[in-house]
Design a protein. Structure first.
Length: 314
């Protein structure tokens, strides 16, 4: 559904974290029946990072975002951790992250799979409408723990990482101009992981429906923002597969050159992938004050989400 915002907030800063261990496609050639070029042609992945805990990576990315924002951490009212790979079933990994950061605030996990960071970003704006002033939004995953490293169709894709952003109440309309969230539970069996199981995926079903879901979410959020694809300066998509992103951009009429892509070195990090790609664009100077950004993704469920925002961070 979609809804108009009545109070403003802005993204102050962004931070990221990746494990030290690099697993290349050539490493995978020694583990399963695959090869580097086959992986690149089908996904765009060259290497991925593996290791750490979801809480540890989340705290590292969040600390970077807090440091860059210049805020007093004691002023944070809420921590929202988007993850599909929590460290424990109970309690919420967000509570562990809160303790690692030394914060005194509310904390909760949010699971919308790979759409999670955008879901959490939109939720943060909603909490600010209800009275909060500063919210820490994090997307963090350790998908390597639930990946079957003998399955050549999935082990080439998934990886670990985290990204975080500080969201602050502001005067005026804020930086979020349009958004859309959706889910199609009829497709839940296309990508799933049972308790104590490993990720299972129907690749062809995911590809077809992901392109349509991203297109719909993007168009609905653009409509709310009263903008067109031509008004977008940068697309920050979920880093699932280069071919999915290329097909989605083509259907939207946005040049692929306007996307921020990091999948070649990070793999698919689920809820962490959009903030990882956003921080990469920001650090390279591709994001400037006043730029219109389209954050858009899809995930297991099948969830989808998009947000149109103007960059106003530091």
């Amino acid at each position: 559904m979609t809804s108009k915002l009545t109070a403003g907030a802005r993204m102050l800063s962004i931070g990221t974290a990746l494990p030290d261990k690099v697993v290349t496609n050539h490493d995978l050639e020694q583990m399963v029946d695959t090869d580097h070029q086959w992986i690149v042609d089908r996904s765009g992945v060259h290497e991925r990072r593996i290791g750490g805990t979801t809480a540890g990576l989340a705290a590292e990315a969040a600390q970077m975002a807090i440091d860059r924002s210049g805020i007093d951490p004691s002023t944070i009212d809420l921590l929202i951790l988007a993850t599909t790979s929590p460290d424990r079933q109970v309690p919420a990994t967000a509570s562990t992250v809160q303790e690692l950061l030394g914060l005194s605030c509310g904390a909760m996990d949010l699971n919308a799979a790979c759409s999670g960071f955008v879901y959490a970003l939109i939720a943060a704006h909603g909490f600010i409408q209800m009275g909060h002033n500063r919210i820490l939004v994090i997307g963090a995953e350790t998908l390597s723990r639930i990946t079957d490293w003998t399955d050549r169709t999935t082990c080439i894709l998934f990886a670990d990482g985290a990204g975080a952003a500080v969201i602050e109440k502001t005067d005026g309309p804020g930086d979020l101009h349009g958004w859309h969230v959706d889910s199609n539970g009829a497709l839940e069996d296309a990508l799933f992981c049972d308790f104590d199981g490993k990720i299972e995926m129907a690749g062809k079903v995911i590809f077809k429906n992901a392109v349509l879901a991203m297109e719909n979410a993007a168009n609905r959020s653009l409509e709310m923002a009263n903008l067109t694809p031509n008004d977008i300066d940068l697309v920050v998509p979920h880093q699932a597969n280069v071919r999915i992103v290329e097909a989605s951009c083509k259907r939207l009429g946005i040049p692929y050159e306007k996307t921020s892509m990091v999948i070649h070195r990070t793999g698919n990090t689920s809820s962490a992938s959009i903030p990882l790609a956003l921080e990469d664009a920001w650090s390279q100077g591709r994001v400037k004050q006043g730029d219109n950004l389209l954050l858009v993704g899809f995930g297991a469920g099948m969830t989808s989400a998009a947000a149109v925002m103007t960059w106003d961070g530091v």
